[in-house]
Design a protein around this ligand. Structure first.
Ligand SMILES: [Ca+2]
Length: 372
């Protein structure tokens, strides 16, 4: 999913906003440039009449979108401010800690603040690899890739080339990209300024003499009174932040659709926590490891059950599991087997869940055998 200048118009139906509210739980780490998105979103709340329609807050209270907006100090962990501050990896460690303590968050966004201009190709690859690692380890979470802003340089500058590296990778690998630099390379009428030394303030070189002499956002704002709204817009013009907010809402809708449809590998995967209690006859020694686990959709929790009998059994020893919630499925390696005195039997047990199941469950493992 590539979100770029094609999506920077306000194009969200009421039903889609409801779906976003019901489906998405977002955390966003950023500094000043990244604030263009959330400040634009705040301006949109006011511009649309101040109701709950486009509103958001950290907890999603009051029937609005849940979005943790961290302008520096993501998660209040004292670790990371944006993708490049204080270094290029702290954001990833902070994300892992945050997700562990916020298991219902299903969208993570991190933006740059100019650092891409100084990255090597290998350092961009590090960013992409860290994102992939998070996707692998948190399969229920959607991670949004970002390009950096436009910095008034040519399309052969390191900023443009490294932004393109991120973009090409996301296209080739079907990632979710919020194409920050592409959004601010076009005005709302689709005029392109990316090849005119456009910068984050929307200034560009209109006559090819190498000097920035015009501003696409200021021009559009004066030509379209009432068609844009004033808002805080760090380093730039309000119109740019308007468009950043519109593109963000479009992305939220598309993400909610993906999650609702369950059509991609990155479908919603709610966490289920459960513990296992063992009921066994006195003449059976049973050990389960680990005794307590959590499971997400598509990622079975695997137990190992070790059973040792103190005496022979006349028939087979059987095992069953009770307390399974709707959508939970348990598969034993073997559910019944012969057991002679002193023998040790190891039985694997895998438990899976679907996206309808959430919360904590207490399971009971029942072992039944008839003494000889
Ligand atoms: Ca010029």
């Amino acid at each position: 999913m590539i979100i770029d200048h094609r999506h920077s118009k306000l194009d969200v139906a009421d039903a889609e906003i409801t779906m976003v509210r019901e489906t998405l739980h977002i955390a966003y780490g950023h500094t000043s440039h990244g604030s263009q998105i959330t400040e634009g979103m705040r301006g949109l709340v006011t511009w649309s009449g101040g109701g709950s329609k486009y509103n958001f807050n950290s907890l999603g209270t009051g029937w609005i979108l849940q979005l943790y907006d961290y302008y520096t100090d993501f998660g209040h962990l004292g670790m990371a401010n944006d993708l490049g501050n204080p270094n290029r990896t702290a954001w990833e460690s902070a994300t892992r800690i945050f997700l562990t303590s916020h298991p219902t968050i299903n969208v993570i966004m991190w933006s740059w603040c100019g650092q891409v201009a100084n990255l090597t190709a290998a350092e961009v690859t590090t960013y992409l690899n860290l994102m992939e690692g998070l996707e692998r380890d948190f399969p229920g979470v959607h991670f949004v890739y970002f390009t950096d802003y436009t910095n008034g340089t040519s399309l052969t500058s390191n900023m443009a080339v490294r932004n393109k590296q991120i973009r090409d990778y996301c296209i080739a690998n079907n990632k979710i990209l919020y194409d920050f630099s592409d959004i601010e390379s076009y005005d709302p009428d689709g005029n392109y300024f990316g090849n005119k030394l456009v910068n984050d303030g929307c200034y560009y070189d209109s006559n090819g003499d190498g000097t920035l002499d015009a501003n696409w956002a200021l021009s559009w704002q004066s030509a379209h009174p009432g068609e844009w709204f004033s808002c805080t817009a760090a380093h730039t013009q309000p119109l740019n932040a308007n468009m950043k907010a519109y593109a963000a809402w479009r992305m939220f809708v598309e993400l909610a659709k993906i999650i609702d449809s369950g059509e991609t590998p990155m479908t919603i995967e709610k966490q289920l926590t459960f513990s296992l209690e063992v009921l066994a006859p006195a003449n059976i020694f049973c050990e389960v490891s680990p005794i307590s686990l959590s499971v997400r959709k598509g990622h079975p929790a695997n137990f190992q059950i070790t059973i040792q009998s103190l005496e022979d059994f006349a028939g087979l020893v059987g095992m069953s599991l009770s307390g399974l919630g709707a959508g939970m499925l348990a598969t034993f390696g073997e559910s019944s087997f012969a057991l002679v005195a002193g023998a040790t039997k190891v039985v694997p047990l895998a438990i899976t869940t679907d996206d309808a199941t959430v919360g904590a469950v207490q399971l009971q493992l029942n072992i039944i055998g008839q003494e000889s």
